[in-house]
Design a protein around this ligand. Structure first.
Ligand SMILES: Nc1ncnc2c1ncn2[C@@H]1O[C@H](COP(=O)(O)OP(=O)(O)OP(=O)(O)O)[C@@H](O)[C@H]1O
Ligand SMILES: CC(=O)N[C@H]1[C@@H]2OC[C@@H](O2)[C@@H](O)[C@@H]1O[C@H](C)C(=O)O
Length: 373
């Protein structure tokens, strides 16, 4: 059993942009945030990225998946080793996500990490939610609820994560708990950085459009934007989620445009997903706090701000770390799972009732770093 009171939890996230592993310590009891701790990052090598990219859309049983899982496990061992913690929350790498069909799959075995690191590891956070009819994503919203209270919000606020995919959480901080009726509404907004990154890799041999500099010089292609915003996904009521490559056709759609126009168009599409998403919120948020790598893309940020009816700011404006929020979220969720608390609710994933996901891997031998009782 996990001791009562605050726990020093270590969360690890390998996101859809496939850049690397983010890790962050959070001291929490699964309700309140007591302290933000040490952080770490370990990038994937270009070869690792190529193998992970090749495994996207594949399911367990496919040989590509086993190779990807090994890369994910090794990167996490190297990133997490030596960080002092009592419990680990390990998200893994989403390779395929089809909640209405085959389910959801995050590569990497939490038991392997538990044995190597000598610490209890909570993992496979999404499957239970999907089994109960939920989207299995997004899962950060319960953490966003704790953050909204931590920053002292008294009016509804929203967090927007701009990763490979975008996701938005609207929060009413006056509700007593995240699974209370009307406390949260969350959903994926659409593709965010993934199509821009893929374009940069394929056409320019670069990882990304640094700061959105190229997109700033281009013009949005209105025909592509119209086709994008007319997709059924944007008319569906939330909660709703996406797989990284669900909007793959965008690559083809911008193929004949100049580099700058293509990137402006892809940024315009990502922004339009967010702006139409804001219309789904139960009430306009007081502010939109942006996390994830896309907050460094000034063109994307400007396009979102132009369409939003509230201030749009990076989470640093309220003293939070926009590079580590997802890793912190999985530290927070691990503590909730270990304590039998729910991690998703009808308003966050569309699941039938509030549910706690996650499997617990216990180490064969305890680590010297472990102080969990
Ligand atoms: N300086 C920058 N300029 C432009 N874009 C940037 C910059 N820094 C990061 N990004 C973008 O942010 C992406 C990484 O964001 P992040 O690490 O939040 O994604 P992720 O966590 O992997 O994805 P997800 O949240 O979908 O799981 C990069 O792939 C890049 O496109
Ligand atoms: C299936 C999956 O891995 N989804 C990710 C992805 O990346 C962003 C968005 O799509 C979000 O829904 C989710 O990640 C964050 C951490 C979440 O669950 O909140």
């Amino acid at each position: 059993m996990l001791k009562t009171g605050p726990v020093r939890a270590l969360g690890a996230m390998s996101g859809t942009s496939l850049d690397g592993v983010d890790a962050a310590v959070l001291v929490t009891d699964g309700h309140e945030i007591f302290e933000f701790g040490e952080t770490a990052y370990r990038p994937y090598s270009p070869t690792d990225r190529m193998i992970l990219r090749g495994a996207l859309g594949r399911w367990p049983g496919d040989p590509g998946v086993a190779a990807a899982a090994e890369i994910v496990e090794e990167a996490h061992m190297a990133c997490l080793e030596g960080i002092e913690a009592e419990l680990i929350g390990f998200h893994g790498q989403t390779l395929a996500h089809d909640p209405a069909g085959r389910g959801t799959h995050q590569a990497g075995d939490g038991q392997v990490l538990a044995d190597y690191l000598g610490l209890p590891v909570v993992w496979d956070f999404r499957s239970a939610d999907v089994r109960l009819g939920g989207q299995g994503a997004p899962l950060a919203p319960f953490y966003h609820f704790a953050l909204a209270r931590h920053i002292g919000a008294t009016e509804p606020v929203a967090f927007l994560n701009l990763g490979g995919v975008g996701n938005l959480t609207w929060i009413d901080p006056t509700k007593p708990k995240p699974d209370a009726d009307g406390a949260l509404l969350a959903f994926d907004t659409g593709p965010a950085n993934a199509p821009m990154d893929d374009f940069c890799a394929a056409r320019l041999g670069r990882d990304r459009d640094e700061g959105g500099a190229l997109a700033r010089r281009g013009t949005v292609d209105e025909a592509v934007l119209d086709r994008f915003t007319s997709q059924a996904f944007f008319y569906r009521m939330p909660p709703k989620s996406l797989d990284r490559n669900d909007f793959d056709w965008l690559t083809e759609a911008v193929a004949d445009l100049s580099d700058a126009d293509a990137l402006a168009t892809l940024a315009g599409c990502a922004a339009a997903g967010v702006v139409t998403g804001l219309d789904h919120c139960p009430s306009p948020p007081e502010r939109l706090l942006v996390t994830g790598g896309g907050r460094h893309n000034a063109t994307l940020m400007r396009m979102i701000a132009a369409g939003a009816d509230c201030p749009v700011e990076p989470v640093e404006a309220v003293g939070l770390d926009g590079d580590m929020m997802e890793a912190q979220a999985f530290a927070f969720l691990a503590v909730r799972v270990a304590r039998g608390l729910p991690t998703s609710a009808p308003g966050t994933t569309g699941v039938a009732a509030a549910v706690g996901g996650g499997s617990m891997g216990r180490p064969a031998t305890a680590s010297r770093a472990s102080t969990a009782g």
